[in-house]
Design a binder for this molecule. Sequence first.
Ligand code: FA5
Length: 359
Amino acid sequence: MSVSPDGSVAGMIAQLKSIAEKALADLAQASTLESLDEFRVAVLGKKGSFSEVLKGLGGIPASDRPAIGAAANDWKRKLEEALDARKSELEEKRLASQLESERIDISLPSRQPPAGALHPITQTTRKIIQVFSRLGFDVTTGPEIETEFLTFEAVNIPKDHPARDMQDTFFAGPGVVLRTHTSPVQMRAMREKGEWPVRILSPGAVYRCDDDATHSPMFHQIEGLWVDHGVKMSHLKGVLEFFAREIFGSDSKIRLRPSYFPFVEPGAEVDVSCFNCSGRGDDGCRVCRGSGWLEILGAGMVHPRLFEMAGFDKKSGYAGLTGFAFGLGVERIAMLLHRISDLRLMYQGDLRFLSQFRA
Ligand code: FA5
């Protein structure tokens, strides 16, 4: 089909017209963007039907060619415009159907992402801090990597003292340890302030060479210290009684059993009445195992040597200065409150265990 059937100018223009008109009609039926591309190649491409006709121009006298060229360009422009218009139409349709198929139903209830919760140790720590804050204790912290001096000597545990064996520890370098208790913060707080009163609470991680169901190599303590003229053992008892009632229930009682800690004199282990059997010591009580009491912390009156170590100036009147201190294990309190039998569960990151503590 390279020349018009009769080889005339009019015949060739008529042929172009018929191809273009058929193409325009077909175009209106094209239903996909892909078929538009095929269409463009089949009609306007190098080997398309339009070009094939124009190849016959060689056999046409030069004077007639401009008329055929003008007609061809005119139809080509019309075809291209029609193609572009159809393309926009089909693109719009495709977008509309895509939007329809991807429509989001905003009235559907949303999926709840799994909610996190504070770790039971954090929850317990915060609960305890809240109780003591109400009594005016300020929270202060100390470093976990501590000098051997502040961990031991400064709180009256000399190098050769047997009490050191009870707190065997990890050395981080010469004279530097992972602190075994929060008691060095007592010394830091007194030294920092340089005067009294001092009334602080210090939570934080501590480290010991321990590892069993009730002892972990890393655990948490909260230290309390109240130093002022006139602070007595009865104040210690009152404060701890308040603490026990707030944490374990309003019927809770406490008892102090004489004990030894080098940094207090006198010293005591403090027990709280069993909240499970109301302190009766029932035979089958799984919490207190029939004793009626649960050990919760160590406490006592600050040893006067600590005031010297703190650098308090005797001449400025610290004679007669007294204070009490206590130290509790946060895991121990959490275990009692939630009846957890093995403290290692708290460090395993098992969500089946942890999700039980969602508030
Ligand atoms: C002390 O650490 C003293 N500094 C507490 C103190 C402060 C006494 C101020 C007097 C005045 P103790 O070694 O008993 O004391 O530890 C205190 C608590 O930490 C214990 O009652 C126990 O609940 C907890 N604890 C001790 N070792 C571990 C361990 N390895 N894992 C978990 N908890 C522990």
